[in-house]
Design a protein around this ligand. Structure first.
Ligand code: ATP
Ligand code: MG
Length: 352
């Protein structure tokens, strides 16, 4: 990707007058930047993520998530939980299990802009006889259903494809359900979807049961803190999908998030915000005004606010020098959401 971008830059006409060629090459450069951001996210979600399967009580995972969900999906969506009795345990990574539930919940939220009901149900179940999946005949069934817009038949076959999205650019990456599908398959389970336009959507996920005793999930393997966090964070990032991901994530962790797409916007948001800002999280390289310059200016109006830089260019000596000069904190992209959470609490605790 760096190579594509590099050559595109070299091909940019130096003489004035060739605007159409310049426009086309600029599009290539933008496309490669977007692809880079997507790849970073993929890496953060897949390769870098260490699978730590443990014996899970699905009811407990669902309860924990549903307590946190109102902050993510808003007041207009009613959340219903129907936990199954004597539910058998499953073998899965608690972190990924939470991500599955979050992805399904965010999709349901997007499908119910005017509100509705999101339901989680768990039960011990036998698989339908018509099943093509022969290795398990009984399983723990998780049903997640919404009363949203539904999915028309011609799109239904494509929803698990990576990068398939019906959302506008910057809103969705189309990776949510691909991740869900991948994780469910990895755990030996299977997923079914039932939906039609105007009828809402139901996802059924079967997990193979285990008879091992439940193990306490290790703290460092949690995506979300158990207790909600407090404080206001100014998040400055030019890549919309990454900005939305981080803001959603920190939002459900309990923070109040103010977002901006570049340094200039960040300064304006900081100025118009009435209360305190406890932390600034900023990309380093952004159009209009980068994170470094913004940080310098913010220091004048908000001298006590710590800054956490995130950048994929930490190898770049110039970037590193600029950051360390100010003794600021940094996080290298791509990162796992877990590392972000750890870093945020580290910075907040060290500066207060
Ligand atoms: N509950 C749902 N109701 C209606 N449509 C849905 C639902 N869940 C998924 N879809 C459709 O499937 C598509 C793919 O979903 P997926 O979660 O993979 O990507 P996304 O939500 O578009 O983007 P991302 O999850 O990466 O932010 C969505 O764009 C949407 O059209
Ligand atoms: Mg999604």
């Amino acid at each position: 990707m760096t190579v594509i971008r590099g050559y595109a830059e070299l091909a940019l006409p130096t003489k004035p007058g060739d605007d159409s060629l310049r426009r086309k090459i600029t599009e290539i450069m933008k496309g490669s930047d977007r692809a880079q951001a997507l790849v970073s996210q993929l890496l953060a979600f897949s390769r870098k993520q260490i699978l730590k399967p443990s014996v899970l009580d699905l009811n407990q995972v669902v309860m924990e998530i549903s307590d946190l969900l109102p902050r993510l999906i808003g007041e207009d969506i009613h959340i219903e939980v129907r936990p199954g009795q004597n539910l058998r345990r499953i073998m899965a990574d608690p972190n990924q299990m939470q991500q599955i539930l979050l992805n399904l919940a965010v999709n349901a939220r997007d499908a119910m802009p005017a509100g509705g009901t999101l339901r989680f149900q768990t039960e011990n179940a036998t698989l339908p006889v018509t099943s093509k999946f022969e290795t398990i005949t009984e399983g723990v069934l998780l049903t997640v259903s919404d009363t949203g817009s539904g999915i028309p038949p011609e799109l239904l076959a494509r929803i698990f494809e990576p990068f398939f999205t019906t959302k506008e650019r910057g809103k969705g990456t189309g990776l949510g359900l691909a991740m869900v599908y991948g994780t469910v398959s990895q755990s030996g389970g299977r997923i079914e979807v039932d939906s039609a336009s105007g009828k809402g959507t139901t996802f059924k996920i079967y997990f193979p049961p285990t008879d091992e005793l439940v193990s306490a999930s290790p703290i460092e393997n949690r995506v979300l803190p158990l207790k909600p966090a407090y404080g206001t964070i100014l998040l400055v990032e030019d890549e919309p999908s990454l900005r939305e991901l981080i803001s959603d994530y920190l939002g459900i962790a309990g923070f109040t998030i103010i977002t901006a797409a570049n340094g200039v916007e960040g300064l304006a948001k900081a100025k118009s915000h009435k209360g305190p800002i406890h932390l600034v999280i900023s990309d380093v390289i952004m159009p209009v005004m980068g994170g470094r310059e913004m940080a310098d200016r913010l220091k004048l109006s908000h001298p006590a606010t710590p800054i956490l830089f995130m950048s994929g260019y930490m190898d770049d000596a110039a970037v590193r020098r600029g950051v360390s000069e100010h003794r600021d904190h940094y996080l290298e992209k791509p990162f796992e959401l877990n590392s972000l959470a750890r870093k945020v609490s580290e910075v907040l605790n060290s500066d207060s």
